[in-house]
Structure formats: structure tokens, C-alpha cells
Ligand binder design. Structure first.
Ligand code: ATP
Ligand code: MG
Length: 473
């Protein structure tokens, strides 16, 4: 090798040259070793400083994130570049900052206060961060047997989407923490900002319905969060009152992104049809459409609007067929005019429908009869959200600009919003009688041949003018 004397060094001049080369090499080696020592010392110093600040940094990280948006989450961990001497030039390569993986903190950093919700799969509790005293909500990742021990795709999507979102009407993910045995999926927890209520519990307990001004404030916030999601190519796919949180300061936040996903425009051709809890599920989904758009969330928003007005879920079908029947009763029988092309949807081919009872106009009159206190602008907004044809539903942005919100009574300021006793802050586990979001991989109901032709039988007595109204209970 190079350290041996050259076999060709047969005269004095060669020997001198060889000695010179050797000397240079040794000098280079010495410089290199010195530089490595220097870098190692610097690295150790940095690590010591980072360790000391770790707890502090982790808690402050989330606050900084919310102020500066997602990019600030990336901490720089690549080594400092060499600063002095010519050797530094050798490291002047193009460097691309990759994402960094940092170890998740332990759930032991939190002290559980009380359960908020414990269902068949889900588990959410109120907890306090030991180092800061901050109250948070801990949500345990659901196990999905289909993922055979791996991370459930729904959980991964929920984490990814919540990490990417930064909007005052979307619940904030502070961090993800793990229990001792990280091999178990149920030992992964989302740490979310805590909000005192969900809209469902408030509606169940409040003695009087929300005032019109309060409904407007809530709807505006919901539409604002939804507009942000849709602008970011995210479909929520499970909007319902139990997934909408409300703080004691009147701020509404969209939560539960277990069903959410990113979509392209136009949407991919084969999205799963089994999404959205039955009572909030749009007719195109019930009829088997797999190429749906953000209009499915707008339908759910219409259902939430109706529920805010009456405190009762609007369309409480017992199963898919019954849900469709309830939709047709409220929104009219679909026709080629009211919903062009609906017959091409997989489950629509076998539908036997009664002759149209006036189409959209009749639908408007039924909605008006069901919500007698709602202004005309309110009825127009609600009917448009509940349009059978997804193309005719307004976008979230259009909802924000709707006449309804400009009319008196004006939306109530959030600061003036009433406060409610918090269920989530009490030692109590709630059980729901309402249907759950569909599970992944569940079988889609085959609606087969459905006969809706007798859907209005017995209602002839109630007919009024050109349309008809339903018995109100
Ligand atoms: N950040 C939070 N602050 C306070 N309560 C919360 C929070 N997140 C969730 N909850 C409560 O826990 C309930 C369940 O949460 P979430 O919907 O996210 O979980 P889930 O297990 O997916 O529920 P489900 O399957 O019942 O829809 C909510 O309805 C709400 O009452
Ligand atoms: Mg939920």
C-alpha cells in the first residue's frame, strides 16, 4: 500500500520525493483527525444542550406550531457545516432537508383526569400534562383488525390530516404519545386540545333550542372550517353533531378525522361508498356512488343545520332503505330534472319510484312546513344543502356568503355565546343510541330492487295545494 517504500525508489532523488509525499500524507491525516475530534466535541455539546431543553422544547413546540403553521414542526437535526479551513469545501454538496423522525413522548407525561367517551372501539379522556398543567384530550387510536397488527390506515390519515391542518375551526393535534408497549396499536394516543362540549351532548341537554342568532354563529364557523378543509383537498366524511366540539367561549371546532381523506379534483374513480354515519349520509352515497365530491360533506352540514334548529337529528333512518325513504319524503322524489343522471347510480337502477310530487318546489314546501320558524332565506339555504343532486348543493364558501347570515337576527358574537355545563369535564362515560360511522371494510348494503312507489300512501288526506306535507310529531 502507499505507506510502504516504493519498489522503484532506487536513487536518492526518488527517496526524497517519497519521504516528502509521506510527510504530506501524515500531515493531512493529522488535520483530518483533529477536525473529526472538533466535530465530535461540537456534536456532544449540541446533544447535551438539546437533552436539557427537550421537555421544555416539546411542550413549547406545539404552541409555536400553531402560531407559525406546519412547516415549523421540522426541527433541524442535520450537522452544522464545517466553518473554517479548506476542508470545509469538500462538504459543499447540495443538501436536501428530509423530514425528521423524532421519538414520540410517553403517555406518562399526562395524568388522566376522567373518561369522556368510551365506546366499542374509541376511547377519549381528559388529561393534564404534568410539566405544564395544561388540560388536553387524549384519544386512543382505534384498532382495526383488517390491518393485521399494523397501524390502522384510518389512524394514520387522522394523524396526517390533523398535523397538516391549521385553522381555528379545526381541532388541534398537539402531539402523538405512546404507552410502554409500543408494539400495541392501542398504546398510541393523539393529544388534542380540549374543548368542553360536543354539540350532540349540548343539544341532548339544553331545555330550549338554540336561538336563530346562535345557529347562525355555529353554522358560519362550521362552514368556515369546512371551506378550509375542502380548499385543502380534504373530505371529512363523518360530519355530525357528536364530531363538532364547542368551547366555553363559543368557538366551534370540527373533530374526529377517522373517516377523512385527501382527494384529488376530479375525485379518484373508486372511493369507498361506506362513509358517513347513516343519518348524515348523502343520497348519492346511499345509491352507491363511488365518485363523490365535497358535496357529501355539504349534505351532512344540511343535516346538522336541521338538527341545530330542532335538537333532533333530521333524518333518522333505521337502515339504508329507510334512510333513503326519509330523504325522499323530505326532499322530494328524484327525477331526471331534479337530479339528472341519478338513474345511472348502481343502486338506483332497481328503484321503483312513485310519480314525482312536484319535485324541488314540493321539497321546499315540506322543509318550510317542518321548520315554521325559519326565515325564507333560511329555508332556501337548508333546501339547497339538502338538494338531491350533489351538483346543486352550495360549496362551503357559498354558504358563508349566503343571504341568511346577513339578515336579522345577525349571528351572535362568540363572546356572547351562552355557556353550558360541561359533560366532558365530569367523571362520566356516555353511551349513545345514535348510529356510528361505518367500519372500514364493512359490506355495503345491496339495496337490490326497492319499491318506493307506496312511499306517500295514506298521506293523501294531508295534501295541501300542489304539494303535500308530512305529519309532524
Ligand atoms: N378534543 C376534544 N375535547 C373534548 N372532547 C373531545 C375531544 N375530542 C373528542 N372528544 C369527545 O369524545 C367523543 C369521541 O371523539 P371522536 O369522535 O374523535 O372519537 P371516535 O372514537 O372516532 O368517536 P366515534 O366513533 O364515536 O365517532 C366526541 O364526541 C367528544 O364528545
Ligand atoms: Mg366521533
Amino acid at each position: 500500500m502507499a505507506s510502504k517504500a516504493s519498489r522503484w525508489a532506487d536513487d536518492g532523488e526518488d527517496a526524497a520525493l517519497e519521504a516528502q509525499r509521506k510527510k504530506e500524507k501524515e500531515e493531512k491525516k493529522r488535520l483530518k483527525a483533529e477536525k473529526a475530534r472538533k466535530l465530535e466535541a461540537e456534536k456532544q455539546a449540541r446533544e447535551a444542550a438539546a437533552e436539557a431543553a427537550e421537555a421544555e422544547a416539546a411542550s413549547q413546540q406545539q404552541d409555536t406550531d400553531s402560531a407559525n403553521g406546519p412547516p415549523s414542526k421540522r426541527r433541524k437535526v442535520s450537522p452544522e457545516r464545517a466553518t473554517s479551513n479548506g476542508a470545509a469545501n469538500s462538504s459543499r454538496l447540495l443538501r436536501f432537508e428530509g423530514g425528521t423522525f423524532t421519538k414520540s413522548r410517553s403517555v406518562e407525561n399526562y395524568d388522566k383526569l376522567n373518561d369522556i367517551e368510551e365506546g366499542a372501539y374509541g376511547w377519549v379522556s381528559r388529561a393534564r400534562e404534568l410539566s405544564t398543567g395544561k388540560v388536553v384530550a387524549l384519544k386512543r387510536l382505534k384498532i382495526d383488525p383488517k390491518d393485521r397488527g399494523g397501524l390502522p390506515v384510518t389512524g394514520l390519515r387522522e394523524i396526517q390530516i390533523l398535523k397538516d391542518c391549521d385553522h381555528r375551526n379545526i381541532v388541534k393535534l398537539r402531539e402523538v404519545v405512546v404507552g410502554d408497549d409500543t408494539s400495541k396499536i392501542e398504546n398510541i394516543f393523539l393529544v388534542l386540545e380540549f374543548l368542553e362540549h360536543d354539540l350532540k351532548s349540548i343539544l341532548e341537554d339544553m331545555p330550549q333550542p338554540f336561538l336563530a342568532s346562535e345557529v347562525k354563529t355555529l353554522l358560519l364557523q362550521l362552514a368556515s372550517g369546512l371551506s378550509y378543509l375542502h380548499d385543502s383537498y380534504i373530505l371529512h366524511r363523518d360530519l355530525k353533531t357528536s364530531n363538532l366540539l364547542l368551547s366555553n367561549r363559543g368557538v366551534l371546532k370540527i373533530a374526529d378525522f377517522g373517516m377523512a381523506r385527501y382527494v384529488s379534483i376530479p375525485p379518484p374513480p373508486k372511493l369507498t361508498q361506506l362513509v358517513v354515519t347513516l343519518w348524515y349520509r348523502a343520497p348519492e352515497l346511499l345509491l352507491g356512488s363511488s365518485r363523490y365530491t365535497s358535496a357529501i360533506d355539504m349534505w351532512s352540514l344540511g343535516c346538522v343545520f336541521g338538527e341545530l334548529l330542532t335538537r333532533e337529528p333530521l333524518l333518522q333512518g333505521k337502515n339504508e332503505v329507510d334512510e333513503l325513504a326519509k330523504i325522499f319524503e323530505l326532499c322530494g322524489i328524484p327525477t331526471e330534472e331534479s337530479w339528472p343522471g341519478f338513474r345511472r347510480l348502481p343502486n338506483a337502477r332497481g328503484l321503483r319510484l312513485p310519480p314525482s310530487a312536484g319535485g324541488g318546489a314540493a321539497a321546499g314546501s315540506i322543509i318550510r312546513a317542518k321548520f315554521p320558524l325559519l326565515t325564507l332565506a333560511g329555508v332556501s339555504l337548508l333546501s339547497s344543502l339538502l338538494a338531491l343532486d350533489p351538483e346543486r348543493r352550495p360549496t362551503a364558501k357559498e354558504v358563508l356568503d349566503h343571504e341568511y347570515f346577513r339578515q336579522d337576527p345577525k349571528p351572535k358574537s362568540e363572546a356572547m355565546f351562552p355557556t353550558f355545563p360541561s359533560k366532558a369535564g365530569q367523571e362520566r362515560t356516555r353511551r349513545r343510541e345514535t348510529p356510528n360511522a361505518p367500519g372500514r371494510g364493512e359490506k355495503l348494503a345491496d339495496l337490490g330492487q326497492i319499491d318506493f312507489s307506496g312511499i306517500f300512501a295514506g298521506r293523501e288526506m294531508e295534501e295541501r295545494g300542489g304539494g303535500f306535507s308530512l305529519r309532524m310529531v
